[in-house]
Design a protein around this ligand. Structure first.
Ligand code: UDP
Length: 467
């Protein structure tokens, strides 16, 4: 690492995002939020060379008070080309990837050596080893939690029940003692439990380090889930600081102002001119969808007769081989096979629904735009996010797989019916109304000076000012 000397004299924050887009994007929004404070805050962001350009591009044109420091090499022992989890050939490799990040610790500490003063560091929960470094160099570490309080608290409460009531994880339906109005199915819970030794080792490390950290930075709003934030904070561990929704930290039009509008944007504008509403379909940056399932989605969308914009990741198989999908749906649907600015799409006035895997960022972005969700969770804590969306805050409807399992197949008839229900049905109207109410709440929470999230971040800055 090149020697680097910080020239910061006032308040200095280190941000260290995990190497995946879903974990990096909210931390970059946090950087924007910090820069908007009253004080002269300076920020150092740590990353690997392979992730540097994404971060630099996302921050282009922002303050010179942000410095991006990248390690000279990518993560040791991780094959080149897969330096972020978005590029892993399979998510089963995730624990090995995450465990390998510890090999960056010596270089990380070399860099810390040359920084003058650090008030606090926010590092991803998956980078557990950064706690050791923060302790060594004498500054507080906050864990970035890219999850809802609902999903974290629910997992904790279920584990408590299992220990206390000796419940087995294969019980069909668990009534959560702490939250008796919630029933969790075995399949919903299973996807949050470690599936092998390596995953268990990694989770134990991450959780243990989190519990000894200064606090959790949570991308959420207190008013959205007060019961679950209070439960979490009553556990006696480090506190959850709700400073979100971070997607509102930065004006969303910034990226497109200087560029020609992309095709999808022009297509959405045309739909708006004709007063047509559009369903946005996207499943985030991690989930893997089979070719059969992709085709089933295509047919479901075609039969539903709604307008749609569907983002298919390059990693997924092309809808080809005589399928002629785009020809069949003609101008009613558009498929984008590229990285898009999702926040911008979702805020487009023509978008009236979001068929989503319920990654927490996507859920928040949808709520902030007042767009209801058709929830189709596929892995990790997504089933809990979907549960929150549908049962707790009621801003969405649920798509079910044919065998009720999280990873199961969704049939075209189910999709057709649910898509129509969300876009045109009575239930769709109800959840759209709720989504708009929460969008207002989200905006209020981020209001400068008065919003609950704004004040929470202020309190954290005050608390760590002299640390
Ligand atoms: N995203 C984007 N463009 C894309 C795909 C995703 O901007 O083409 C963003 C999306 O807006 C969100 C993040 O990537 O901020 C994905 O995070 P999420 O938690 O929804 O899902 P994950 O990818 O982590 O499963």
């Amino acid at each position: 690492m090149d020697s680097y000397t910080s020239s910061y004299s006032q308040f200095h924050v280190i941000l260290f995002p995990f190497m995946s887009k879903g974990h990096t994007i909210p931390i970059l929004h946090l950087a924007h939020l910090l820069l908007r404070r009253r004080s002269s805050i300076a920020i150092t962001i740590f990353t690997t060379p392979a992730n540097h350009s994404f971060i630099a591009d996302s921050l282009a044109g922002t303050s010179s008070r942000i410095v991006i420091l990248n390690f000279p090499k990518n993560i040791p022992q991780v094959p080149s080309g897969i330096e972020s989890t978005d590029k892993l050939p399979s998510m089963t490799l995730f624990p090995s990837f995450a465990l390998a990040t510890k090999l960056m610790q010596p270089e990380f500490e070399d860099a810390l050596e040359s920084l003058q003063q650090v008030n606090f560091m926010v590092s991803d929960g998956f980078l557990w080893w950064t706690l050791e470094s923060a302790t060594k160099y004498g500054f507080p570490r906050l864990v970035f939690y890219g999850m809802s309080n609902y999903s974290v608290s629910l997992s904790r409460a279920i584990r408590e029940d299992m220990l206390r009531l000796k419940l087995e994880s294969d019980e069909e339906l668990i009534t959560v003692t702490r939250f008796p109005w919630i029933k969790v199915s075995r399949s919903e819970f299973k996807s949050t439990v470690p599936q092998d030794e390596l995953q268990l080792e990694f989770m134990v490390k991450a959780i243990t380090a989190s519990k000894s950290s200064y606090g959790y930075i949570v991308n959420s709003i207190y008013e959205l889930e007060p019961v679950f934030v209070d439960y979490f904070n009553d556990q006696g561990g480090p506190m959850a600081w709700c400073v979100g929704p971070l997607c509102l930290a930065k004006p969303s039009m910034a990226e497109s102002v200087f560029h020609e509008k992309p095709t999808w944007n022009q297509w959405l504008d045309k739909k708006l001119e004709r007063e047509s509403s559009v369903l946005y379909v996207a499943f985030g940056s991690q989930v893997e969808i089979s070719e059969d399932q992709l085709k089933e989605i295509a047919i479901g969308l075609e039969k539903s007769q709604v307008n749609f914009l569907w983002v298919i990741r390059k990693k997924e198989i092309e809808l080809s081989d005589g399928f002629d999908f785009e020809e069949r749906v003609k101008d009613r649907g558009i498929i984008v096979r590229d990285w898009v600015n999702q926040r911008e799409i979702i805020q487009h006035k023509s978008i009236k629904g979001f068929l989503s895997h319920c990654g927490w960022n996507s859920v928040l972005e949808s709520i902030c735009a007042g767009v209801p969700i058709l929830a189709w969770p596929m892995m990790a804590e997504q089933p809990f996010n979907a549960k929150m969306v549908v049962e707790e805050i009621k801003v969405g409807l649920r798509v079910h797989t044919c065998d009720g399992s999280v990873e199961g197949f969704v049939k075209r008839e189910v999709l057709e019916k649910k898509v129509k229900g969300l876009m045109e049905g009575e239930k769709g109207k109800e959840v759209r109304k709720k989504a708009k109410e929460y969008a207002e709440m989200a905006k209020k929470a981020m209001e400068e000076g008065t919003g609950s999230s704004w004040r929470t971040l202020d309190k954290l800055i005050d608390e760590t000012w002299r640390k």
